[in-house]
Design a protein around this ligand. Sequence first.
Ligand code: KIV
Length: 291
Amino acid sequence: MSLHPLSRRLMAPDITAMKRVKPIISLTSYHAHTAAIADKYCDFLLVGDSLGMVMHGYETTVPVTLDMMIVHGRAVVRGAKKALIVVDMPFGSYEESPSVAFRNAARVMKETDCGAVKLEGGQRMAETTRYLVDRGIPVMAHVGLTPQSINVFGGFKTQGRTRDQWAAIENDARAVAEAGAFAVVLEAMAEPLAVRITDAIPIPTIGIGASSACDGQILVMEDMLGLSPRVPKFVKKFGAVAIAIEEAIQAYAEDVRGRRFPGEEHVYTMKDGAEADPPQGSAQSRKSRKS
Ligand code: KIV
């Protein structure tokens, strides 16, 4: 369990300061109620653009818009009181130029009240990262498998499994660290590369499919809860929420069908004690129609 000795919400420098001190705990979060629960245990919550796939049923994160990120970002900020909230910049909202990235990231910060944004990309995003940080926007970077580039990768492919791929990915992580990112997500990469990067850079590495060598871990909440129908190899299911939901819905349907729900305890009575006409279709109204 993560302890929050501070009474204020954690900020980007607090996460950076945790490197080599204690493991950083994080999850994605897209809505207020689950954010409130995760807030008790997590150092930061990421409003990931994976919400496009998890909440909205898209095949990739590419269709996600800035407005979608802002709606979910606001909900998570309202639900969580202690954790730093990081909001993903969606595909198309930051790549064009540092000034476009600033305009959109500033909108995300103002409209959600989050504490940082996340950008996918290493060396190619270094200039933009520096531009945002210099203007007051903390940036979490994301290298290795960057899902917004799925159409270039040709699928959700694990990175760094051959040594010839290492230099480019390590240089990506170094570039964003030098540009002022406060942490970097390492997604879906071979363990020896994650070890190397974690040792080489001064900012925390947050692993998702990048082994326990990283300074912290993140998972998509619905994946680790056992709610997502398909999950990658690196996910451990800590719950069986899909089964619990199905059992509850099945029980509800059976109770409605068998007229056991709503029961007396769920029904409003009249304040003055007068009896109302029985609702149409109720057992009582059918009985009185027969008599
Ligand atoms: O969008 C997301 O959920 C992410 C995590 C995979 C880190 O970027």
